[in-house]
Design a protein around this ligand. Sequence first.
Ligand SMILES: C[S@@+](CC[C@H](N)C(=O)[O-])C[C@H]1O[C@@H](n2cnc3c(N)ncnc32)[C@H](O)[C@@H]1O
Length: 149
Amino acid sequence: MFSPRAIGIAHTPYTQTKEIPKGLGAKHDAEGVFEILPEFEAGLTDIEGFSHLFVLWVFDRSEGFELFGTVPIDGQPHGVFSTRSPRRPNPIGLTVVELLRREAGRLHVRGVDMLDGTPILDLKPYLSSIPPEKLRRGWIAEAETRAKK
Ligand SMILES: C[S@@+](CC[C@H](N)C(=O)[O-])C[C@H]1O[C@@H](n2cnc3c(N)ncnc32)[C@H](O)[C@@H]1O
């Protein structure tokens, strides 16, 4: 194992969790800036060529975890590993953002869903080779069907 360390910080419009869109069909199109620490800036070389990035980050303002519980988009309980709940054994968030532009160590992105000041652990290019028809969306698809009725 290793001790994670932040490579940077997310600047986002959200100071409170209630401001972040939630629920079925929630759209995340808010813009933000990922400020990467100077000692890691060389690691951004060539990142401009990618339209989208995975960002791994820390739920630094969530406490404890719940292995089985409800989430805002559904009244039914689910196992934490079948949800994107912030209350998980390792409080790590994963978001796909659109990279708008880079200014040295500052990445301007769209699609943030984390609070302002959130520590960033890692960035990777978003690449997916899974065709949409092969994806199963589990209980979320069932919740969407219930919501349409
Ligand atoms: C449902 S999680 C999904 C996050 C990410 N897309 C994922 O799948 O890991 C997003 C929610 O986490 C909460 N959140 C965002 N930033 C946080 C932070 N720094 N600490 C604790 N909770 C946070 C907010 O309630 C937000 O609506």
